[in-house]
Design a protein around this ligand. Structure first.
Ligand SMILES: NC(=O)c1ccc[n+]([C@@H]2O[C@H](COP(=O)([O-])OP(=O)(O)OC[C@H]3O[C@@H](n4cnc5c(N)ncnc54)[C@H](OP(=O)(O)O)[C@@H]3O)[C@@H](O)[C@H]2O)c1
Length: 257
């Protein structure tokens, strides 16, 4: 698959590194040519090692740190080097575009490039977090600065096939190789209106050794956005958000007939 990534930060590195390692053609398009080049070089340097979310994983020569193993999930060698390019060129190249930028960048980005996204699968992994001013002194908590970012993207790029995914979990986790926790494979809820686009993103999740959960249309993406801000707040408060939810087998008091 041809994947254009807009942004050259933590999410671009984590997801772009994983997809490149899985054999996809990835181009990084950033407003800073230096940042795009640096990320492409970092990903290319560690391919065959592990996923490059963190410069500490590679030494000055780009060699993977000890302990990282090519046989880990999502570390299969890809065949095409990752390229750095402009935002325009990354979009033009791509079948799938990942928007890996802050929400505050979206208005400008979409007004310049919204039309170019027509016909493409656009993955929105963004979170509109703001500090929660009402949180007690010393407590880190967040609220959403807006309720429905994915729907806003779809309105600004009406011919794109927008899919919300990968926003729930930290870049470090996507970049890592741990995929099964307490016997359960890590899942990616996916919301989108175009079935083919959703299938494409589900495949991209599987390519990262993740389990796709098809979670409904784009109108439900706002629940993923709210879930993210809520669970991150719990994690910052030292609560294991996973403990809120029983396994499926125990999820209902009365079993279905
Ligand atoms: N990091 C996580 O753990 C995580 C997890 C889930 C979701 N997310 C979401 O994923 C998105 C990206 O997060 P990130 O952690 O990758 O951010 P990041 O590391 O700060 O990188 C953001 C990238 O966006 C670029 N950018 C900023 N403003 C821009 C603009 N106006 N036009 C074009 N590019 C612009 C930055 O370029 P410059 O370097 O030039 O500023 C940088 O390359 C955010 O919406 C975030 O909420 C992040």
């Amino acid at each position: 698959m041809r994947i254009g990534i807009i942004g050259a930060g933590a999410m671009a590195s984590a997801l772009g590194g994983g997809w490149a390692a899985a054999g996809h053609e990835v181009r990084i398009g950033a407003r800073s040519a230096d940042s795009a080049r640096a990320l492409a070089a970092e990903i290319n340097a560690v391919r065959g090692g592990s996923l490059p979310h963190d410069h500490r994983q590679v030494d000055a020569n780009g060699t993977p740190a000890a302990g990282l193993h090519p046989a880990d999930p999502a570390t299969v060698l890809g065949s095409t080097p990752v390229d750095a390019t402009t935002i325009d060129a990354a979009i033009a190249f791509a079948d799938v575009v990942l928007l890996a930028v802050p929400v505050s960048a979206l208005t400008e980005l979409l007004s310049a490039h919204g039309h170019d996204l027509a016909g493409k699968v656009v993955i929105d992994c963004t979170n509109a977090f703001l500090p929660d001013e009402s949180a007690p002194e010393g407590v880190t908590a967040f609220v959403l600065s807006e309720d429905a970012v994915a729907e806003r993207i779809a309105a600004a790029a009406p011919k794109a096939h927008v899919v919300k995914a990968f926003n729930l979990i930290a870049a470090e986790v996507w970049a890592g190789t741990d995929r099964v926790f307490d016997g359960v494979r890590l899942a990616v809820p996916i919301c989108g209106d175009d079935p083919e686009a959703v299938r494409t993103v589900a495949q991209l999740a599987e390519d990262l050794a993740l389990q796709p959960f098809l979670a409904g249309g784009l109108h439900r993406a706002r629940y993923l956005e709210a879930t993210s801000v809520f669970t991150v707040g719990l994690w910052f408060a030292g609560c294991d958000a996973r403990a809120m939810l029983p396994p499926l087998s125990a999820a209902f008091a009365v079993a279905d007939a």
